[in-house]
Design a protein around this ligand. Structure first.
Ligand SMILES: NC(=O)c1ccc[n+]([C@@H]2O[C@H](COP(=O)([O-])OP(=O)(O)OC[C@H]3O[C@@H](n4cnc5c(N)ncnc54)[C@H](OP(=O)(O)O)[C@@H]3O)[C@@H](O)[C@H]2O)c1
Length: 255
């Protein structure tokens, strides 16, 4: 396979949740491969910093606000992309939240609603609103960042796990419906990764050790950048016959 199959020159990529962590690593990797990257999340500042990093190192990026839980914000984002670029080749649904750790039966309604809105409604409508722009591009690749919790629910992470399972199902729905138009949809399922979302576990060395030992055969957390290669593969023509599938990146956790 020629290396140019990973080339994203001339492609426009929207990464929601690009201000830090796994989303930032994906933004940097897709920009390095030649895509123009649109970095979005709720807070402009973090996205601007990532876009600046890309532009300062010879890539091309800009930042915008997009709140995944608000349809009006999603519509504004897509409207702005339509106006500026007229098309979109790649959408990465990476932004997510996990506000409640506790017994599933004690999940407060606010936490249920927020997790559903950001982790399910957000990717659903971002993908739906991206379809016309991908049609205009002549093809498209939607990549949903789910979690190993989609397959094996995380302890005390009931509603979060439910949303990630829904995201895998959503991946298949979009894949099946839009394959005839050459719009593909796949999911990446990260394992335990060293980001702000998991910072609480790192504060307690004993807890971290317990979580890793016997659970993660590679006996360490992933670094955010270790998720980016799979996303580049799914975004690029290297995966041109791949749709509706999941790539698990978990250091062996699910074995
Ligand atoms: N870290 C792990 O161990 C792990 C494991 C499995 C799966 N994942 C998944 O990987 C993805 C990235 O997680 P991460 O670990 O990199 O987390 P993170 O460091 O907390 O980053 C989360 C990103 O999502 C954005 N975000 C949060 N709420 C949003 C909203 N309502 N609308 C738009 N953007 C929003 C945040 O930016 P703002 O705050 O500016 O909005 C930030 O850019 C998530 O889908 C997560 O579920 C992570």
């Amino acid at each position: 396979m020629s290396q140019s199959n990973f080339d994203l020159s001339g492609r426009v990529a929207l990464i929601n949740g690009a201000s830090r962590g796994i989303g930032e690593a994906i933004a940097l990797r897709l920009a390095e491969a030649g895509a123009h990257v649109i970095c979005t999340s709720r807070k402009l500042e973090g996205c601007q910093a990532v876009a600046e990093k890309i532009n300062d190192t010879g890539g091309s990026a800009h930042a915008m606000v997009c709140h995944a839980g608000e349809l009006s914000s999603i519509e504004q984002t897509m409207g702005a992309i339509a106006k500026k670029h007229g098309k979109l080749h790649i959408l990465v649904n990476n932004g997510a939240t996990n506000p409640f750790y506790g017994p599933v039966s004690e999940t407060p309604e606010w936490a249920y609603d927020k997790t559903m809105e950001v982790n399910v409604k957000g990717p659903f409508f971002l993908s739906a609103k991206a379809i016309p722009l991908m049609r205009a591009a002549g093809s498209g690749s939607i990549i949903n960042i789910a979690s190993i919790n989609a397959i094996q629910p995380g302890q005390l992470q009931g509603v979060y796990s439910v949303t990630k399972a829904a995201l895998v199902s959503m991946t298949k729905s979009f894949a099946k419906e839009y394959a005839p138009e050459n719009i593909r949809c796949n999911a990446v399922l990260p394992g335990f990764t060293d980001t702000k979302m998991t910072a609480v576990f790192k504060q307690d060395e004993k807890l971290l050790d317990t979580l890793l030992k016997g659970n993660v055969p590679m006996n360490r957390m992933a670094q955010p950048d270790e998720m980016a290669g799979a996303v580049l593969y799914l975004a690029s023509d290297s995966s041109s016959y791949t749709t509706g599938t999941e790539i698990v990146i978990d250091g062996g956790y699910l074995l």
